[in-house]
Design a protein around this ligand. Structure first.
Ligand code: HEC
Ligand code: HEC
Ligand code: HEC
Ligand code: HEC
Ligand code: HEC
Length: 313
């Protein structure tokens, strides 16, 4: 691991990157099947049907084909390759947060995901870049994760640190999952440069900033399932999370992060108060629910006794 920068990447000079990623456009949702066929809207339904016919019947390899995720040929060919280095990325990506979001091989590597001919799939004219250059990976990820890139570049790990560690050093390239500081701040990733103490401070600080937001969201889901509206709680939790991400996440300067987290802690008690109020509302509804059931049983009992007291017909 210590044989130089970006251990694990094999920086290559074979021209696969010109430092720009002009060909990558966010394609959120691409490849996902159309699923909103509303009965009662014949025109819309017909349009959806036509679109699906178009999607599935365009000859493979045609320049305009947008293959469904299931027919992505990068995935199908690589999954079957004998060389583990070439097939493992598929298994790892399948466990990632990118797969359900519709982000696939060609979003990071370029290429044509609609042909089983290797040379055509890897065509440079289709912006195939092979292994992305470690020094510009932040631009590649930043196409879609702009806030993180904007904070990372001027951080001690960005320009100052010659882009070490970069996005994939911390998040992995294929098995990109929901991130937590405690999962990322591990000796393998950080001990070359940091004492454990800094890591502990960092984890404690992100927990202080983000854990309350997670707790509010969980509480809100629970309260919602009892029928009490929680939109305000969720909106405030999202605002707080966005503020953290914009001003503290990927800054990597503890003093700056502490200031942001302190200011968020001014807001959290107010959100907590709304959670408590909503919980009280849930309790009240439950109590009324039981009272109603009790009343119903009493009435049913009275009716039953009344029926029994009637003479047989
Ligand atoms: C028909 C099979 C096939 C298809 C389709 C295919 N690949 Fe490959 N790919 C290979 C093989 C075989 C290798 C390893 C041979 C080599 O090193 O050139 C490889 C190598 C690679 C590498 C490593 C390159 C390097 O420099 O080490 C990447 C990245 C890659 N493919 C991505 C993709 C992407 C993205 C797609 C879809 C746009 C794709 N592949 C489609 C067979 C395929
Ligand atoms: C989020 C971006 C991203 C996605 C999505 C992605 N890759 Fe990669 N992939 C990378 C990066 C970055 C590297 C280079 C990492 C390095 O240099 O160690 C890489 C490396 C590779 C390699 C070389 C592995 C090696 O050990 O030499 C292959 C093969 C590969 N990817 C195939 C794929 C396939 C197939 C898919 C789709 C299932 C895919 N990638 C999806 C970013 C991505
Ligand atoms: C083409 C757009 C695109 C590219 C390129 C891309 N991502 Fe993503 N990424 C997404 C989407 C969409 C999601 C899922 C929605 C979300 O959570 O933001 C996601 C999710 C993530 C998550 C999980 C976030 C969470 O809150 O659960 C991480 C971490 C992540 N990506 C890191 C990366 C890294 C590192 C790279 C570069 C190697 C990269 N992404 C490249 C679009 C992209
Ligand atoms: C030094 C390690 C490190 C580097 C480098 C890094 N991240 Fe992160 N990233 C984290 C940690 C830790 C979290 C979760 C806690 C937090 O947000 O502070 C995270 C969270 C995320 C998230 C979830 C939303 C958020 O901001 O909390 C995304 C998306 C993400 N990173 C993408 C990226 C991208 C893109 C890059 C490169 C521009 C990058 N990361 C570089 C450590 C890193
Ligand atoms: C290549 C060396 C290097 C690696 C690897 C590295 N960092 Fe850093 N990091 C730095 C430098 C340099 C600074 C700025 C000077 C300092 O505070 O140590 C810094 C600063 C920080 C700070 C702010 C410290 C402060 O006192 O303000 C945090 C937090 C941090 N890094 C987290 C991480 C995490 C988490 C990892 C592992 C995922 C990591 N770093 C990996 C070089 C590195």
């Amino acid at each position: 691991m210590s044989d130089g920068k970006h251990a694990g990447h094999r920086p290559r000079g074979d021209g696969m990157s010109d430092g720009k990623h002009a060909g990558y456009l966010p394609r959120a949702g691409a490849g996902r099947p159309q699923s909103d066929q509303t009965v009662g809207y014949p025109a819309k339904a017909a349009l959806v049907l036509l679109t699906s016919l178009f999607l599935f019947w365009t000859p493979a390899g045609s320049a305009s084909a947008q293959p469904a995720a299931a027919t992505n040929t990068c995935v199908s060919c690589h999954a079957g390759l004998d060389d583990e280095d070439m097939s493992l990325p598929v298994a790892e990506w399948q466990r990632s947060a990118h797969r359900p979001a519709g982000i696939s091989c060609q979003d990071c590597h370029g290429g044509n995901p609609a042909t089983m001919v290797e040379d055509e799939a890897h065509a440079v004219e289709r912006d195939f870049v092979g292994l992305p250059d470690p020094y510009v990976i932040h631009e590649l990820c930043g196409e879609c994760h702009q806030v993180q890139m904007v904070n990372y570049v001027p951080s001690p790990h960005g320009l100052e640190g010659d882009f070490w560690p970069n996005c994939v050093d911390c998040h992995a390239n294929h098995e990109v999952v929901y991130p937590r500081a405690s999962l990322i701040s591990i000796p393998d990733n950080c001990e070359d440069c940091h004492e454990q103490e800094i890591m502990d401070d960092f984890i404690a600080l992100t927990d202080r900033g983000l854990e309350p937001v997670n707790a509010f969201r969980l509480a809100a889901e629970e309260i919602r399932s009892a029928g009490v509206p929680v939109d305000m709680i969720l909106a405030q939790a999202s605002l707080a999370r966005d503020a953290y991400i914009e001003r503290a996440s990927h800054v990597f300067v503890l003093d700056e992060m502490v200031a942001v987290v302190d200011s968020l802690e001014q807001i959290y008690p107010r959100i907590q108060k709304e959670v408590d109020t909503a919980r009280t509302e849930v309790d009240t509804r439950r109590r009324f629910g039981w009272m109603f059931i009790g009343l119903f049983l009493v009435v049913a009992g009275v009716l039953w006794l009344y029926r029994r007291s009637l003479p047989e017909a």
